[in-house]
Design a protein around this ligand. Structure first.
Ligand code: TTP
Ligand code: MG
Length: 407
């Protein structure tokens, strides 16, 4: 079972992304075939829920044909703003695991987890933790995850067991695992290339891997050599580091709406902890704090405050956020609570980290302890004492008894 992993690369791809969001937001759609796309018969289906797929419908199919194939499907017009929100939740969840997250589209990304085994466990538990974190961050949506030693194989693996799949392909099993896959799984090969490969008598990735590269070049040009290498699982491309964010936020749609000040503060505390942890991990300082509340009627309210000194302390973020609550007129109930750090700058460029005394030092030690636990057991593994016992207010010490191990 133990194989040498030169790199550990995960690829996560949300299942029936737009349709799953619609089913999440409108529970009456759950378990039913859903087509996301224009109501007009002239448009195309953007995606179909997994309940609709057995009828043979899917992305890019003309709506008229899809509705003929699956007349009982509910057609839902797309809400791109909402999909972008969920995409941001997804990417933020992944950013908790690695500084190297490369989004490929709204609903998929590569995560370079090389060298994280001592923190997150072997490849399979890394994949499981990613899935759990995505589920948590998106309010219950599922992703399929592939883990291997290259981008290409991770990408093919994530689509292998959809939906809600987890496929791990150890480096020494790559060739054998790829071989029986149909050439439609050959990532990067469009319909024309696939048709060409089929004409040449290739049905599987293994057929391409075993072909004479000269023959592939003759048929496909220079890209032929590339497909030959990929079909053998040879792919040295790096996961591109993500760009520095301008702001960083943690927000959560709650399972039930809340209006008590204590509960709101508790959610702010969690969000501030998450933001602080990511600031520190990415060596960033925040120049301001913004609180976001969404009412049960979906009205979004924000209040913000710039800081006298840049910070990466969870305590300062929380204190500022809690103080901002007084600036809201609305009393709730709220369905979402979030904290955003803005005006970010690199800690290396700042001169303000020299306060190793008093409360500053104590809260920094607490941050460091919580960060270490989050690194070891996954984000979300640690709660502060105030969360766990339902009190509000600032705690000066951390009780590690509240650990749980499910990321
Ligand atoms: P995909 O990840 O390709 O599809 P999906 O997430 O719906 O389903 P799967 O479980 O197979 O991954 O695309 C993500 C979203 O992008 C999809 O929900 C809708 C949108 N999309 C289009 O708008 N047009 C398209 O042709 C495709 C393929 C996707
Ligand atoms: Mg998808």
């Amino acid at each position: 079972v133990s194989a040498v992993w030169p790199r550990i690369i995960a690829h996560a791809d949300m299942d029936a992304f737009y349709a799953s969001i619609e089913q999440h937001d409108a529970p009456e759609l759950r378990g039913r075939p859903v087509l996301v796309g224009p109501r007009s018969l002239r448009g195309v289906v953007l995606t179909a829920s997994y309940e609709a797929r057995p009828f043979g419908v899917g992305s890019a199919m003309p709506m008229a044909r899809a509705r003929r194939l699956c007349p009982q499907a509910v057609v839902v017009p797309p809400r791109f703003e909402r999909y972008k929100q969920v995409s941001a939740q997804l990417m933020r969840a992944l950013a908790d695991f690695s500084a190297r997250v490369e989004p490929l589209s709204l609903d998929e990304a590569f995560v370079d987890m090389s060298g994280s085994s001592h923190i997150f466990g072997d490849a399979r538990s890394i994949g499981a933790r990613l899935k759990a974190a995505i589920r948590e961050a998106t309010g219950g949506l599922t992703a399929s995850v592939g883990v291997s030693a290259s981008k290409y194989v991770a990408k093919v693996a994530s689509s292998f067991a959809k939906p809600d799949g987890l496929t791990v392909v150890p480096p020494d099993e790559v060739r054998a695992w790829l071989a029986p896959q149909p050439i439609s799984r050959l990532w990067g090969a469009g319909p024309k290339t696939q048709a060409r490969l089929a004409e040449m008598g290739f049905a599987t990735i293994g057929d391409v891997a075993g072909a004479d590269p000269a023959r592939l070049t003759a048929a496909l040009g220079r890209i032929g050599v590339r497909f030959h290498a990929l079909s053998r699982g040879e792919d040295v491309r790096e996961v591109a580091a993500s760009r520095t964010a301008k702001s960083l936020s943690c927000e959560r749609t709650l399972e039930r709406d809340i209006d008590s000040r204590e509960e709101i503060e508790r959610q702010l505390r969690k969000a501030a902890d998450g933001v602080g942890r990511r600031l520190r991990k990415n060596r960033l300082l925040a120049g301001g704090v913004r609180v976001k509340l969404k009412t049960s009627a979906f009205r979004v309210l924000t209040r913000q405050q710039s800081l006298p000194a840049e910070t990466q302390s969870s305590e300062v973020l929380y204190g500022t956020a809690a103080a901002l609550l007084a600036a809201f007129d609305e009393r709730g109930p709220f369905r979402l609570v979030g904290v955003c750090a803005y005006d970010l700058c690199s800690a290396a460029e700042s001169t303000q980290l020299d306060l190793d005394v008093g409360d500053g030092a104590r809260s920094r030690r607490l941050d460091a302890a919580l960060d270490a636990v989050a690194r070891r057991f996954g984000p979300g593994a640690v709660q502060r004492g105030s969360d766990a016992i339902g009190q509000s207010g600032i705690v000066g010490d951390v009780n590690l008894d509240f650990l749980n191990d499910d990321g």
